[in-house]
Each structure stands twice: as structure tokens, then as C-alpha cells.
Design a protein. Structure first.
Ligand code: ZN
Length: 444
């Protein structure tokens, strides 16, 4: 090997080593370079993420702080109420609901606080509550709330929209004052059922018979005829007494008599009413049916003492006993409560007035039927003397009076008189009968 050749080899080796070193270096640089790039990306991503997170968090916090600083939201809830129909309407009110700093001021001067506003709202200031429910008809009625203009102005302008009021309506529930429906019956709140009476429900009137069942169709009660539709709603009411038209009250004393039932037939056929002043001592199981029928045909069973004494000659205890025994027997046997009293012979003094405890009914037309016992004379006397508002005195224990009545009742009706009971006539004339007071007629 010559010198030249060794030199070339040495140079070649050197280049080779250099190449290997370079190559290693290259590889090293490469491997080092790619690791750093990934780490860089990761760090950048993390930084980016962190910054976004921090920015977002700061942003939210700032926003919240800004909001808190900016808007105060107060809920104003109308209170719901429940009442019974016909009672006084409850005081409608609204209550605030707010969570936040009540001490914050909201006006430009920095004097008016949230707390003051809440107090005023809770006292009912700044708004109107209204409800269509009148408290009479049952149902559920929304209670509306409307802010008054001055409060709206404050919210929008004076307080720069810082305070927001969110209002919520309430409900007024009006329950039936008597009870609730139970099928076709009406159950009172105490659990008993309504019988022989009207009930007002959902703006309509209903009637329940003695079994508690809702009535449909026609119902005659007293001097009225009621018509109910198939759902039991009252659709018409005809009061057979016209207060503007003439009326008289025929009264029969001292009964019941043997032919009282015949008299009731006449009254029923003519749709006429009369008042029967009964003697307590004549009440028994057979006359009890007559008293029941009197009520059925719209007539009035009343008190005429137990044994027909002249009460002005009796003492307090005797008067009271005459009254009470008679009332009790009529109630117990006839099932009706006497509302009026006729003193035998029309005899009244202060002691009688003080002890009878009932209105005393006298008369303005005395037929003297007990004396004449003449049907024609009785009819003529009435027809020649009768006028609007009269109380006519007769006795249903005489045959002549029953005969007279058969003629007289249609005649009076033909002459334009409504034949009513004493109580009906007083009511039609707007007079409330009072215990101890005496009444002779109900002239206009
Ligand atoms: Zn008498």
C-alpha cells in the first residue's frame, strides 16, 4: 500500500465515521425534535385550555356580578283563597318572594332599599287585584294582578330597569254554602242530606224532596208552582199570589169539624187557601189527617186555644197552657207548626198579649155564620162587605158554613180576589207578624 492509498483510506474512514456521527446526530436530532413538538403541542393545548377556562370562569363570574349588580328579580304571588258561597269575599292579597340583598338601594338617591319595596308590595301598594268571582256562585275564579302606573313608571324609568317584578295569579275557590252533590242528592257538610228544601248550586236552584231526591218537572209548594228541567234546574217559578191584585183571607174557627174534609176539597178544586184556627181539644188521630191535608192543599193550621176559654179571665199559667198544649198537639199529630193565634171571642188584654207568644189575628168581616146558620145570608154578607185585605170570620163546624163556602169560594175568585192564608196575606203586604201584636185586616 502506498502512501497515497493509506491517505485515501484514512480519509475514507474519517468520512465514514463522520457520516456515522452525522447520521447518529441526525437521528438524535430527529428523535429529540419530534418529542419536543408533541410536548409543545400538549403544553400549548393545556395553556390554551387553561386560558379559555380561566377566561370563561372569569367571564361568568363577572357576568354574575354584573347581573347581581344590575337586576333584582322579585316574585309577586297572588294568594289563592277558598270561601263558602254567600259569605263575605276574603281580602285579596299578594306576597313577595325574594332572595338577595334586601339592603340594596335601588333609587338614584341611594335611599330606597329593596326591603322598603318588599314591605310596600306586601302591604298591597303599587298594584290592583281583581277577580270575576262575586262570592255568590260556586266555582274557581282566577285572581288577576295589574301593576299600577306609578309602579310601572318606577320600574321602567326611575330605577332604570334594575328591579324586575314577576307576577303570578291566584285562584278564588267558592264552595257551595250548604254542601256538595252526592249523585242526585245534596249532602250537607255535616253529613246529613237536604230534604224538602231548595239548594242554590252553580247559579241554579234545585229542590230535594222528603227522600232527599232531586226534583224534576213540576212542584207545587204553598202558593207557588215551580218547574224544573230534567237536570233538576229551576226554570220557572210562578207565584200564584200577585201582591198587586186584591186578596182576602178566609178563616175558619173552632174546628176541625165533621165536614172540614169537604171544605178542603172545595179549596183544593179552586186552588184557594184558608186559615183554620183549631181547638187543641179536637185534635186526635182522625183529625190529624185533616191537619196534614190542610198543609198539603196550601192552607194554614193555626191555634185557637185548647178549650175556647175567654183568656182575659184566665191567669198567666192558664193562658200559657192553653197555647202550648194546642201548639204541641198540632205539631205532634198534624206535623205542622202553627204560626198564628186567634183569641176566642176576640178577647185580648195586656196579659193575653204578653203570654200567648204568637201574633193575634182578629177579623174585619164577621159573617155571624154561627148565629144565622144560613148559607145564603153568609154568602151575601161576605159579597156585600168584602174588600181587598179583609180577614173573613167563619166557623167550619156548621153545615151552613160548609154549604156557604162551596158557593162563596168560587164567587170571590170570580170577583177577582185571591184567596190566601193569613200568613200569606201579611207576607204579600210586606208585614212581619209579631208575637203579642194583634191584626184585624191587611188593607192597603
Ligand atoms: Zn172560636
Amino acid at each position: 500500500m502506498d502512501k497515497q492509498q493509506r491517505k485515501r483510506r484514512a480519509a475514507a474512514k474519517k468520512r465514514m465515521r463522520q457520516h456515522v456521527r452525522d447520521r447518529k446526530k441526525q437521528i438524535n436530532i430527529h428523535s429529540y425534535g419530534s418529542g419536543k413538538w408533541i410536548k409543545g403541542i400538549l403544553i400549548a393545548a393545556m395553556l390554551c385550555f387553561l386560558s379559555v377556562f380561566v377566561l370563561t370562569a372569569t367571564d361568568t363570574l363577572n357576568q354574575q356580578q354584573a347581573d347581581e349588580q344590575k337586576q333584582i328579580i322579585i316574585d309577586l304571588n297572588v294568594q289563592s283563597e277558598t270561601m263558602l258561597a254567600g259569605e263575605n269575599l276574603p281580602q285579596l292579597k299578594a306576597k313577595t318572594s325574594f332572595s338577595g340583598d334586601e339592603e340594596r338601594t335601588i333609587d338614584a338617591d341611594g335611599k330606597y332599599t329593596v326591603k322598603q319595596l318588599l314591605q310596600e308590595l306586601n302591604q298591597g301598594e303599587g298594584y290592583e287585584l281583581s277577580c270575576e268571582g262575586d262570592g255568590m256562585a260556586e266555582g274557581e275564579f282566577p285572581i288577576q294582578i295589574a301593576l299600577k302606573d306609578d309602579l310601572t313608571k318606577k320600574l321602567d324609568a326611575d330605577w332604570g330597569g334594575e328591579v324586575k317584578l314577576v307576577t303570578y295569579t291566584g285562584v278564588l275557590t267558592v264552595k257551595n254554602k250548604v254542601g256538595t252533590w252526592d249523585g242526585k242528592k245534596f249532602k250537607r257538610y255535616d253529613g246529613t242530606y237536604v230534604t224538602d228544601d231548595f239548594v242554590e248550586s252553580q247559579g241554579s236552584r234545585y229542590y230535594f224532596n222528603s227522600n232527599g231526591d232531586m226534583v224534576t218537572g213540576e212542584l207545587k209548594k204553598g202558593y207557588s208552582i215551580y218547574n224544573f228541567d230534567q237536570n233538576g234546574k229551576l226554570v220557572s217559578e210562578t207565584n200564584l199570589i200577585d201582591p198587586a191584585k186584591p186578596m182576602v183571607a178566609i178563616t175558619y174557627d173552632d174546628g176541625p169539624g165533621k165536614r172540614t174534609n169537604e171544605l178542603l176539597d172545595v179549596l183544593e178544586e179552586n186552588k184557594a187557601h184558608a186559615t183554620f184556627f183549631l181547638l187543641g181539644q179536637k185534635m186526635n188521630n182522625s183529625t190529624a189527617d185533616l191537619v196534614k191535608r190542610m198543609a198539603q192543599v196550601g192552607s194554614e193550621a193555626a191555634n185557637h186555644s185548647w178549650s175556647h176559654p175567654q183568656l182575659t179571665k184566665k191567669n198567666e199559667e192558664e193562658i200559657k197552657k192553653q197555647m202550648e198544649d194546642t201548639n204541641n198537639s198540632i205539631v205532634n199529630l198534624g206535623g205542622v207548626t202553627p204560626m198564628t193565634f186567634r183569641p176566642p171571642y176576640g178577647a185580648i188584654n195586656d196579659m193575653v198579649r204578653a203570654n200567648v207568644k204568637m201574633p193575634l189575628i182578629l177579623w174585619s168581616v164577621d159573617t155571624l155564620d154561627w148565629k144565622t146558620k144560613d148559607a145564603k145570608a153568609t154568602v151575601d154578607h161576605v159579597m156585600n162587605n168584602v174588600k181587598d185585605g179583609d180577614i173573613i170570620l167563619m166557623h167550619d163546624v156548621h153545615d151552613s158554613t160548609i154549604d156557604a163556602s162551596k158557593e162563596l169560594i168560587p164567587k170571590l175568585i170570580e170577583a177577582g180576589y185571591q184567596l190566601v192564608t193569613v200568613s200569606e196575606m201579611a207576607a204579600a203586604r210586606g208585614i212581619t207578624l209579631e208575637a203579642g201584636q194583634s191584626y184585624t185586616e191587611f188593607w192597603k
